[in-house]
Design a protein around this ligand. Structure first.
Ligand code: ADP
Ligand code: MG
Length: 249
């Protein structure tokens, strides 16, 4: 694998939950260093697509190659899956921090257990990324002592401790009070500027316009429109996207 291998390659992928067809043949590729915003109405399959991208869900049909690892087959070997999980970081709407662990313990757990780092190495790493998200002084705090925005910045920093090559964000600011959204978007913007490959499900269109290279508009399980963020968001071609965008304003 080299830098010209797409970060994520997906061809006519399908995902069903029983008789419910959620992804109905989705094709595209995400290149290294690209920032992709995935937009669409509630229930259209955004989270499912993202969860396929780190194999929290398996696809039913099509081809999906993540960071050079083909995960299309129902059985992927365990060591590859493990590799994939360290290479692809995910940040959720609800932060998913462990409430009974301090910020530092939240951040050092996976580097110790999965990457085999020593407590000292993992603490150094955690310090580095806490600094990056502006929360170095919160290392010994517990999640309940933090604001929503701080929790989400810790969650991002925790992901970065695994040194991922791709970061997936599923509505990272949707659970936040409006005044806390900016501090999280700012951290994400910085990551994007540093060249991180990012796939972001978001309803923050201003952010998508400024930070995303490309936008994918999902509608009822298909890609209804995609292209450069500036073009797709400023000049939607379909009625569905026009209606979707007008509802957000
Ligand atoms: P979005 O993130 O765009 O709101 P989702 O990907 O979460 O949409 O969900 C798409 C559809 O799939 C919805 O109808 C949802 O109810 C359904 N769905 C998602 N996950 C599951 C699951 N694990 N089991 C059954 N249905 C699911
Ligand atoms: Mg969702």
């Amino acid at each position: 694998m080299n830098n010209t291998t797409p970060a994520i390659l997906f061809e006519t992928i399908e995902k069903n939950f029983g008789s419910l067809k959620v992804l109905k043949g989705i094709t595209g590729e995400i290149n290294r260093g690209e920032v992709i915003a995935v937009i669409g109405s509630s229930g259209c399959g955004k989270s499912t697509l993202l969860r396929c991208f780190n194999r929290l869900e398996t696809i039913d049909n099509g081809r999906l190659v993540i960071n050079g690892i083909n995960v299309s087959r129902p059985t992927v070997d365990y060591s590859q899956l493990r590799q994939l999980r360290t290479q692809v970081g995910m940040v959720f709407q609800q932060f998913n921090l462990f409430p009974h662990l301090s910020v530092l313990e939240n951040m050092t757990l996976a580097p110790r257990k999965v990457l085999g780092k020593t407590p000292k190495e993992s603490a150094q790493l955690a310090g580095l990324y806490l600094e990056k998200v502006g929360l170095f002084d919160k290392a010994s705090s517990y999640p309940e002592q933090l604001s929503g925005g701080q929790k989400q910045r810790v969650a991002i920093a925790r992901s970065l401790c695994m040194n991922p090559q791709i970061m997936l964000f599923d509505e990272p600011t949707s659970a936040l009070d409006p005044e806390l959204v900016g501090e999280v978007l700012q951290v994400m913007q910085q990551l994007a500027a540093e060249g991180m490959t990012m796939v972001i499900v978001t309803h923050e269109m201003q952010f998508a316009r400024e930070v995303a290279n490309r936008v994918i508009f999902l509608d009822k399980g298909v890609v209804a429109e995609q292209g450069l963020a500036s073009e797709v968001l400023s000049n939607p071609q379909s009625d569905r996207l026009r209606i979707f965008l007008s509802r957000l304003n």
